[in-house]
Every structure is written in structure tokens, then in C-alpha cells.
Design a protein around this ligand. Structure first.
Ligand code: ATP
Length: 294
């Protein structure tokens, strides 16, 4: 999966470079975990523990992002784009990763089938409206990629229409990047067997019945077509401005850890610092100590 355009460490390991073969990725694998014996022996509790610390570090980065916008008009922001097959774990990832952040600084948008109003516009119209403003972290639960995934697989538009969208998506994302947005595009990659287990688990737990849709089982017949469509997305829309990451997602504890880690790596690329005071610190301290209000 290595590729020159990828940054470092986990990002480099998970980045979908040209020629990536989705089928060759072990969806139960856990690339990038520290090699220490203690971690290897019992990776799940270690990853769950490290996720807490990653969440705390992400929350600090989030605050610095906002502080720089408030103080200097810094337009930068991070946008996490999550795509997955049904039961792929988008909701769980958002709960675990975004759950560690300040809700006020988050803009989370989910994209279902377009409404009548949305259908009257270009496919990127609703997406543009959901792009996070400066200083915010955005999360897309599904995205504009549905327009080259479900639309292609379920033949909701002619081939010439969805084929023309790859370039439009690349242009759009380049535009976002030029406006200060760091895109973290993640495909949560599960196996067909893991999807079956998760659907069964939903059936067995009455508190999960509301999540079960018989259509999801019908959809399983389209698995190979979806994999092909994902493969094309990774090949055509993994760009310098906005690379794709494939996170093996059968193990939930690894998935959450990896996504949090990718977010933190994206933040470190911004090199954020808390803004320095624009007032006379000593004078302000003196005024308060003396209680003069002058
Ligand atoms: P999820 O499956 O993401 O947890 P959900 O079951 O609550 O969500 P919705 O959010 O209502 O369902 O919609 C998700 C569905 O919308 C998916 O089947 C997805 O393929 C479909 N969808 C998303 N974008 C589009 C699009 N542009 N055109 C057609 N269908 C779309």
C-alpha cells in the first residue's frame, strides 16, 4: 500500500496507492500497531487505552484549530470522510472518535438518498452545503462518493453520468484543499463474512432490531460490484490533494484506533500552536492583581 504521496507512519501504511488491490487486504489485520511484545500479546486493551490518549490529544488540536481561527482568521480545517459497506462501522467510529471531541467544534453530516430538492441540483450541491466552516472539524457519514458507488452499482444514473463524476470529485477536493481543508478519506474495509456476523448480531439483540433492514441482506448480492466500484474510487480519486486510506475494520478496536491516529497525523501536518497574546500580559496581570479595573 506504500506510496510516495503518503505522509508517514500509519498514514503511509494505510494509504491506497496506485495499483492497490482491495481483495488482497486482510480486513481482520491490524497494521501499524506498535511492535512491543506487550502490545502484540494483548492488542485490544492496549488500543482501547491508547484511544483515550489519542482522543485527548485530538481535543487539544481541535481547540488550537478554533483558537487560530478566532484570533488570526486561520481558515484551516479537517474533514473526515467515512465510507463503508453496510455494517462497516461508520456510526461506531464516529461515536468513538468524534465522541472525544468538543461537540461545538464539530460539523457532522450524514448523506442518505438525495431528497427531491437535492435531486434538482448537481450531486455536489448538498455536499458543498455541509463543508465545515473555518476552525471546525467536519465528519461526513457517507459522502459524494455514494454518487459513484450506489449510483453505479444500482444503476441509478447512466454510466456516462457517473463516469464523469470522478474528475468532478477530484476538482472539487482540490478546491477544498486550496481553501485550507485537509481531507482524511477513510474506507472502513470489512469482509462479507464480518458483515454477515454483524447482521446476525443485530437480529439477535432486540435493542438492535431498529438497525436491521431486510434490504441489507438483498444488497449482499451486490458485494462484488461494490468492491469493484470502491476499487475504482481508490484508483481514480486517491490524489495528492486528498489521498484515500483503507482501514481494515473487522476489529472495531483497531478501526477506532486507526482512524483517531490518522486524524492526529492530519493535525500534526498543520503544525498548530496556541495563538500568542495580542495584549500586554504584564499590564493585564497588574490591573487584575490591584483590582483597579484601570
Ligand atoms: P447507514 O446505512 O449509513 O447507517 P441508514 O441505514 O440510516 O444509514 P440512510 O442514512 O437513510 O440509512 O441512508 C443511507 C443509504 O442512502 C445508503 O443505502 C446509501 O447508499 C444511500 N445513499 C446515499 N447517498 C446516495 C445517493 N447519492 N444516491 C442514492 N443513494 C444514496
Amino acid at each position: 500500500m506504500r506510496d510516495d504521496r503518503c505522509v508517514s507512519d500509519l498514514a503511509a501504511l494505510l494509504c491506497a496507492g496506485p495499483g492497490l488491490d482491495l481483495a488482497s487486504i486482510d480486513t481482520a489485520s491490524t497494521p501499524g500497531l506498535p511492535g512491543k511484545k506487550a502490545v502484540r500479546k494483548n492488542p485490544k486493551p492496549w488500543a482501547r487505552g491508547d484511544l483515550v490518549s489519542l482522543g485527548e490529544r485530538l481535543a487539544i488540536q481541535q481547540e488550537m484549530l478554533y483558537a487560530n481561527f478566532k484570533t488570526n482568521g486561520d481558515r484551516r480545517r479537517i474533514l473526515l470522510v467515512l465510507q463503508a459497506m453496510d455494517c462497516g462501522g461508520k456510526d461506531g467510529t464516529i461515536k468513538k472518535v468524534a465522541g472525544a471531541l468538543n461537540p461545538q467544534g464539530l460539523r457532522i453530516a450524514a448523506f442518505g438518498p438525495p431528497t427531491e430538492q437535492e435531486r434538482r441540483h448537481d450531486f455536489l450541491w448538498r455536499i458543498r452545503h455541509a463543508v465545515p466552516p473555518p476552525g471546525m472539524i467536519g465528519v461526513f457519514n457517507r459522502s459524494h462518493y455514494e454518487d459513484v458507488l450506489v449510483v453505479r452499482v444500482r444503476k441509478l444514473a447512466p454510466a456516462r453520468v457517473w463516469r464523469s463524476r470522478y474528475q468532478k470529485i477530484n476538482d472539487f477536493e482540490e478546491e477544498l484543499a486550496a481553501d485550507g481543508i485537509t481531507l482524511v478519506k477513510v474506507m472502513l474495509h470489512i469482509s462479507l463474512e464480518e458483515q454477515r456476523r454483524r447482521l446476525l448480531a443485530r437480529l439477535e439483540d432486540p435493542t438492535k432490531h431498529w438497525k436491521y433492514r431486510p434490504e441489507d441482506v438483498d444488497n449482499r448480492a451486490f458485494w462484488p460490484a461494490y468492491q469493484e466500484a470502491y476499487q475504482d474510487v481508490l484508483a481514480r480519486c486517491g490524489t495528492d490533494a486528498a489521498p484515500w486510506y483503507v482501514v481494515p475494520a473487522d476489529r472495531k478496536w483497531y478501526r477506532d484506533w486507526a482512524v483517531a491516529h490518522l486524524m492526529l497525523q492530519a493535525f500534526s501536518g498543520l503544525g498548530l500552536r496556541y495563538p500568542t497574546a495580542s495584549f500586554d500580559l504584564e499590564r493585564e496581570r497588574k490591573r487584575l492583581e490591584e483590582g483597579t479595573n484601570k
